[in-house]
Design a protein around this ligand. Sequence first.
Ligand SMILES: [Zn+2]
Length: 430
Amino acid sequence: MQNRADDLPRRRRLPAVLAGLGFLAILAIALVGAAGRIRSVPSEPAAAVAWAEPAQAPAAGSGPAAAPARFTTVAVRLQKNQTLNQALFSLRLAAAEVNEVVEALRGHFPFRKARPGDQLRLERTEDGDLHRFTYRQGAADEWVVERLPDGTFEGAKRPVELTTEVARVAVTIESSLYESLGRADEDPGLAVLAADVLAWDVDFYQDVRTGDRMRILVEKIYADGKLLRYGEVLAAEYDGAATGRKRLFRYTDASGHTSYFDDEGNSARRGFLKSPLKYAHVTSSFGMRRHPVLGYTRAHEGVDYGAPTGTPIWAVGDGSVREAGWKGACGKAVIVKHRNGLDTIYCHLSRIAVSAGKSVSQKQIIGYVGSTGRSTGPHLHYAVKRGGRYVNPMQLKIPRDAPLPASALVDFREKIAPLREQLAGPVALN
Ligand SMILES: [Zn+2]
């Protein structure tokens, strides 16, 4: 394992380890909770859903007969085309109780925003009285209806405290960015976020080499102390054998525009992305091991990217769709005409997501990898033409967007200084 261990001291690694343990603890509680419910409603085990909330688990240590406040819990998920009322009936609420719950939610809960998969949970006292109803949507939205001492019901949206933390993630790549992040106890989805930021400089399908290093400063958003999702990538650095060192910082200028810039204030953006493939969730290192990217050859007139069927293909730059459809040996194909005089050609798609004549913007998904036409396996054949002649896509020199104006540089340097320091990590190790 060659991830954060080599450039992070123990002190800095600890929070990540704790976060990992915390996640396991939540998982354990969810499993215990689910098991408890299955026991309490043996007739409906399929309806039980995991509900990660320690406070609601049966109190440990109290004997089954001794605890006066024991509740029976049933939980279901809202089904497709099911109304809230129907879901409430499926929880075996009486018609009068359904009315009470719905009335208590009125004014608090946006009924039209109920979605399949939302979690409903009902607690009854040992006497069978309705005690509490909880409706949860995602990790951060929860509504609760509770019985008041006078027997009436009160509904409210439970305030969920969201906190944001900036985390530093550092990995050394062994086989793929995904696997490296997984080993660092991060959600591999972080690879997609980082690849998106670096998309003008690094082709994550062909530039990645074993031993390359990546550092990311990313916001982690917690709901009630549990990791909800990643926020913005504040800084990203890729130091690779094929790419050299690329380092970018997120910056919002005085007029409110946000983009990524290098240390000198040069824009990360260019007219073309480095890769025609959007970095996506690929479980194996498919592209690296079995289907290496073949270099450009004049006879072949393009570059082949081995990638699983369904891998998203994005327009490398703004333009308009010249052709979209079947094109002989090229199979299902898209040709995009760009303002810089270049045409980009994408072949063998399994599915086309644009139509001829429409304009497309950079990073817009235009189709998905397939094996249509003259092709022996799923791959993208990518070619570029200038004035009707094929040119090598790997040797294109596409200029960057305008740098920050001199007037913004003082503010820019001030803002990125702490990010640069945090990204670099502990000085003692460098
Ligand atoms: Zn090809």
